[in-house]
Design a protein around this ligand. Structure first.
Ligand code: OAD
Length: 250
């Protein structure tokens, strides 16, 4: 812990990469592992453009369930610690694979004016039109009872879909470019709660390493990144991030 605090305190530029594990202690299921979503749900039926084209009601039902779940949960001390780090240190950029919006909620809880997190995989609380270029925030509850009750585009009447990245889809190029720029400039990449197997997110810490920076990993179990990390903190984000950030900001 002391080594990680020292590294983080000395770094002028930091990129933080988070995955589903950072929200596990808020009661939001991760994707892989014994309790993961992909154990009970088939991604190809729920998280692909083909799945949406063939059964938009089923896909919306799953996303509406996840939105409702997230809406009843709150950011925990680990999210708040990261929000503090971003607020106090202008050189820190937060990049997340999560679509749950909990980093932004933690930032707003502490009244942070830091740049919002870069959401590589989109957001549960945004929609986009399947027929035109319309995109917007969307927090209203979705009636997924029938295809007729699904949300429609106010501009063209097309079917709206969650603005998340599905399997087989490309990420937003501008968001990816900004994330890689931050990773390349970073002296430290702090990686929290990701299995580090999904690209291109998994390559971000490697960019930091390639340009001479160091990786700190926070995860209860080993990942492919553990071997190349300068420091590995084994344990849950909610327990480890508050002392890590407190030490780095002291
Ligand atoms: P995963 O579910 O693959 O991995 C979650 C990671 O969090 C694992 O390495 C766990 O060990 C770790 N973990 C669990 N509890 C934790 C805790 N309390 N504190 C810290 N770490 C903990 O989730 P991601 O790596 O985020 O993509 O998955 C990446 C992408 O794969 C997701 O964004 C999603 C999924 O398919 C799309 O849907 C496009």
């Amino acid at each position: 812990m002391e080594e990680a605090q020292t590294l983080l305190a000395a770094a002028r530029s930091v990129v933080v990469l988070t995955g589903a594990g950072v929200s596990a202690e808020s009661g939001i299921p991760t994707f892989r592992g014994d309790e993961g979503l992909w154990k009970s749900y088939r991604p190809e039926r729920l998280a692909t453009p083909e799945a949406f084209a063939s059964d938009p009601r089923l896909v919306w039902e799953w996303y509406a369930w996840r939105r409702e779940l997230v809406a009843t949960r709150s950011p925990h001390s680990g999210h708040v610690a990261l929000a503090r780090l971003c607020q106090d240190r202008p050189g820190v950029r937060l990049v997340t694979q999560n679509v749950d919006g909990l980093h932004a909620r933690a930032a707003s809880e502490i009244g942070s004016g830091a740049a919002p997190p870069l959401e590589l995989h989109g957001s549960l609380f945004r929609v986009r039109c399947t027929a035109c270029r319309y995109r917007a925030p969307h927090t209203a509850s979705v009636d997924s009872g029938t295809v007729e009750t699904l949300p429609r585009c106010p501009e063209c009447g097309g079917l709206l879909r969650p603005a998340v990245v599905w399997f087989g889809e490309s990420l937003d190029a501008a968001v990816v470019a900004e994330a890689f720029r931050a990773a390349e400039e970073a002296e430290v990449c702090l990686v929290v709660g990701t299995s580090a197997v999904v690209q291109p997110a998994a390559a971000l810490p490697l960019s930091t390493l390639r340009t001479g920076g160091a990786v700190i990993e926070v995860n209860p179990v080993p990942t492919p990144l553990s071997q190349v990390a300068e420091v590995v903190l084994r344990g849950p984000a909610g327990e480890l991030l508050p002392p890590l950030v407190e030490g780095a900001l002291a």
